[in-house]
Design a protein around this ligand. Structure first.
Ligand code: GCB
Length: 860
């Protein structure tokens, strides 16, 4: 969305046809920028001293780390970037453009102190014609490009409600493009000026039609040729179209080439991503003055309310996942290698479908989807809420045009999305259950229709969609079937309900809307490798629950033949401000961590979706555990081959056949220390060491050393010092445990402060009376861990803590003394003088006493 379009008007009286014959120059401008992390006056001026500014390379973001610290916020403001550009005489008679692939989120670009243009929106590219602003005086002349970038909240630019960090910066590549006067138009919403269609494809015949935007920025009328040549993968020419064009001075034309046909095309599919290449050239006076190469894939597809999806004439289940683009410590400033690694991981898991949520992603991502074979849903970033005013709509429409025109030529793309869960938030920016504002609903409906119509107009060959959360409001207010395909984001069994409600919920939607094709655009559960359990439960953030959740969904997906497909939320953990859980500011629904280590659940999908034979011991997320002596441990293996045998420390636990989700389960006895686990089939095997810190069920003996308990939790937590904080339990004689109290978890949005041990503070006991340890006589170090879970402002929770009658903490008021959600660690040396063990008493003076963790260590 370039507001100053005058810079794309092609007036140039000085250039002559002598220029033709010189080739186009495309130069990376990624390196050596000067960066100032704040706004300042006159930074666009050439003379300003930027020598003390930081030197950075693009891709760059100023939020690489701060969205993840203990703060609720990250920096959203203005920064400056400046780059010196030396232009030599070879640029003298060229048309010069700057192309930015992505700047978060408003960019004001200046060249030599003069405003070149503004772009709004952080996820699409833009191109500015800077020909009239550059100087080429001597053999080489210095030019200064200055870019003011702001990622401040802007009520008129999507997204408004951020379900993910809004990184600021020039975070995708920057290019200088120098062309002759005659060239493919670069100023049509950041596109490259060539649009390839495959309007009809069948096994026997495929048609190709091409539209090219051409421009003559010179002062004389010219005759030229536009040549399109299609090559197969082996480099053999299979079709050609040659048109003679007259381009008047300053003229811009769109040329539709005649449709040409290919017999028996080699079809494109995720299983066989066969790409043809279309070379488009502009030839003037026998010289190629501009050239573009686009991949072409021949495929056809259809969505059907009853039959789901079909590809190349066959029923096809879209097995998909979602991708947010950010990465640990790098934010969204990613390299081509980062994109490659991500898409490769997705492909290797067996996916054939990828939703790019919630915004258009880098060009490389789409190139890779074409090449590796992934069908794609791409969308603009309207998330949770829209501002129902024309300016917001206009900006959204611009994003639609930019997204579609920039990525039009990727055969991988089959779906364009206009919005996500747009009825989730109220106009007060709060998550609500039911939308009640009639004006908002009316506007959203009208805007949704306009955006959907625009998508269909821009590209009649793809399918339009919108993702919705589970709410009757979409149907009630006429949004559910505006788009050609309805996407549903469903979290039954995570935020509420049970995993098995998935099918009934979607069946009901299907029953009520029998004509509307449906796709599950999100489903998922969070997992942090540091918490693990034998007894998974909803919202415990264990990998075991995440796997249980996904196994249940996989089973149900198979029973819903009308579904076009599904997309997991999310392939990778990603930044999400104010999402609490066991960590802070990171949404851990990924099947892969945010530094790209696959979790065990990744292999559930791999076993089910990738035919390559595999056996995988699904315990890599829990290689170090504490098991009560005598208790058995569960070992699960994902395998897509028959007859899997499990051996633990040389002892065979027999062979099993993988079940309907390719899983075998054994109960085994682990010894203290290292345990060698081997899972093998005839052809495949896997090996893992599980370290067990076995502990006694009874602790009233002289060998007692140390115990740490994750209070109120069904899960163990492994801290950075390799201490396992074991699951909590009610007190029984001879043992340890709580007396009274209820197991609770923090509100999952709470941002925990002052600790590396965030998972420990997520769970807590509330209303406990005592914590008891039947330990022998001796001297002990006792650690008590607290975190005020509620946003209290006064004396609403006060309690005393005593140990064997001695006051340890009197009138403890966590909210007032430390603040809410602040980790408080208290350590004491205590003595046990008799055979009654150690009792910590909690006496509530106001409200309920609480406890998050307790650790007891024998000193002598
Ligand atoms: C959703 C949103 C997505 C969130 C996800 C979650 O429905 O579309 O942006 O991240 O839920 O994890 O809650």
């Amino acid at each position: 969305m370039i507001s100053k379009l005058q810079f794309c008007v092609f007036i140039s009286l000085f250039y002559t046809s002598m220029l033709f014959g010189q080739s186009k120059v495309v130069l990376s401008l990624n390196d050596n920028w000067k960066y100032l992390s704040r706004g300042t006056d006159f930074a666009q001026k050439n003379k300003i001293d930027d020598s003390k500014w930081a030197t950075v390379n693009i891709p760059h973001t100023w939020n690489a780390k701060d969205p993840f610290d203990d703060d609720e916020t990250s920096r959203r403001g203005t920064s400056w970037y400046r780059k010196k550009l030396l232009l030599d005489q070879s640029y003298k008679n060229k048309r010069i453009y700057l192309n930015f692939e992505g700047v978060g989120q408003v960019a004001d670009v200046y060249v030599n102190g003069i405003f070149a243009g503004q772009h709004k929106g952080g996820y699409t590219a833009f191109t500015l014609d800077i020909t009239k602003l550059v100087k080429i005086d001597g053999p080489t002349t210095e030019n200064v490009i200055a870019v003011q970038v702001s990622n401040a909240q802007n009520d008129f630019i999507p997204p408004l409600s951020i379900g993910y960090a809004y990184y600021g910066g020039i975070y995708r590549d920057v290019w200088l493009i120098a062309t002759s006067n005659i060239h493919f138009d670069l100023c049509d919403y950041g596109s490259q000026g060539v649009f390839v269609n495959t309007p009809q494809v069948s096994k026997n015949l495929a048609s190709v039609s091409i539209k090219a935007n051409l421009v003559n920025t010179g002062s004389s009328n010219e005759q030229l040729a536009l040549v399109h040549v299609l090559y197969n993968k082996e480099g053999k020419e299979v079709a050609r179209d040659n048109s003679k064009i007259s381009l008047a001075a300053d003229e811009k034309v769109t040329v539709k080439s005649k449709t040409f046909s290919i017999n028996n095309p080699h079809l494109w599919s995720p299983e066989d991503p066969y790409l043809y290449q279309l070379k488009s050239q502009l030839v003037f006076n026998g010289n190629v003055v501009d050239e573009q190469i686009n991949n072409v894939g021949f495929r056809w597809f259809a969505f059907d309310a009853e039959k789901g999806f079909s590809l190349n004439g066959e029923k096809y289940l879209l097995k998909g996942t979602n991708r947010h683009q950010d990465f640990k410590d790098r934010g969204d400033a990613l390299s081509a290698a980062d994109h490659y690694r991500d898409l490769k991981m997705i492909k290797e898991m067996g996916c054939n479908f990828l939703r790019l949520a919630h915004y258009p992603q880098a060009k490389e991502v789409l190139d890779l989807a074409d090449k590796l074979g992934l069908l794609v849903w791409e969308e603009i970033p309207i998330v949770n809420y829209m501002n129902p005013v024309p300016e917001f709509l206009d900006n959204s429409k611009n994003m639609v045009k930019e997204m579609v025109r920039q990525h039009y030529n990727h055969p991988s793309i089959i779906i364009w999305g206009s919005m996500n869960e747009v009825l989730l938030w109220s106009d007060r920016a709060e998550r609500i259950q039911i939308q009640e504002n009639p004006q908002y609903l009316e506007k959203v409906g009208a805007y949704a229709k306009q955006l959907d119509q625009l998508l269909r107009k821009e590209d009649p060959f793809r399918t339009s969609t919108m993702a919705m959360h589970i709410s009757d409001d979409y149907a009630k207010y006429g949004l559910l079937d505006i788009a050609q395909l309805s996407g549903f984001n469903i979290y039954e069994g995570w935020y509420s309900g049970s995993v098995n409600a998935f099918k009934t919920t979607i069946d009901t939607i299907h029953f009520k809307n029998p004509k509307q094709p449906l796709l599950i655009s999100e489903y998922g559960a969070e997992a942090d490798n540091r918490v693990n359990t034998e007894k998974p439960q909803r919202l415990d953030f264990t990998g075991q629950y995440q796997r249980y959740y996904h196994e249940a969904y996989l089973r149900q997906i198979r029973q819903m033949p009308y579904l076009a497909g599904t997309a997991i939320w999310n392939q990778f953990d990603f930044s999400q401000p104010n999402v609490g859980g066991v960590s802070n500011n990171i949404n851990q629904k990924g099947l892969v961590t945010w530094d790209r280590k696959p979790k065990d659940s990744y292999y559930l999908y791999k076993a089910n979706w990738n035919d390559k034979p595999m056996v995988y011991i699904a315990s890599r997320d829990w290689p170090q555990r504490a098991v009560a002596k005598g208790d058995s441990s569960t070992i699960e293996v994902y395998a897509n081959v028959p007859n899997v045998t499990l051996t633990v420390n040389g002892k065979s636990y027999g062979a099993k056949q993988p079940d309907d989700v390719k899983k075998c389960v054994w109960k085994v006895l682990l010894k203290e220390g290292n345990n060698e686990i081997v899972a093998s089939s005839v052809t495949e095997n896997d090996y893992l060491i599980i370290q067990n810190q076995a502990y006694d069920k009874q602790i009233n003996h002289q060998n007692f050393e140390e115990i740490a308990i994750n209070c109120g939790a069904n899960a163990q937590y492994l801290d950075g010092a390799s201490t396992t904080w074991i699951e909590d339990q009610a007190y029984t004689r001879g043992n340890f445990g709580y007396v009274g109290g209820t197991a609770c978890t923090l509100n999952i949005k709470t941002v925990k402060k002052n600790t590396e041990d965030k998972p420990l503070y997520y769970y807590y006991l509330s209303g406990l009376k005592q914590y008891r340890f039947d330990v022998p006589k001796g001297k002990y170090e006792l650690e008590l861990d607290f975190m005020e879970p509620e946003k209290l402002t006064k004396t609403e929770r006060i309690f005393n803590v005593r140990c064997n009658g001695e006051m340890l903490l009197a009138n403890l008021n966590l909210a007032i003394d430390y603040g809410c959600a602040v980790a408080v660690k208290k350590r004491f040396i205590v003595n046990v003088d008799d055979d009654q063990g150690l009792t910590v008493d909690f006496e509530a003076l106001k409200g309920q006493s609480i406890l998050n963790g307790i650790k007891l260590k024998k000193l002598n």
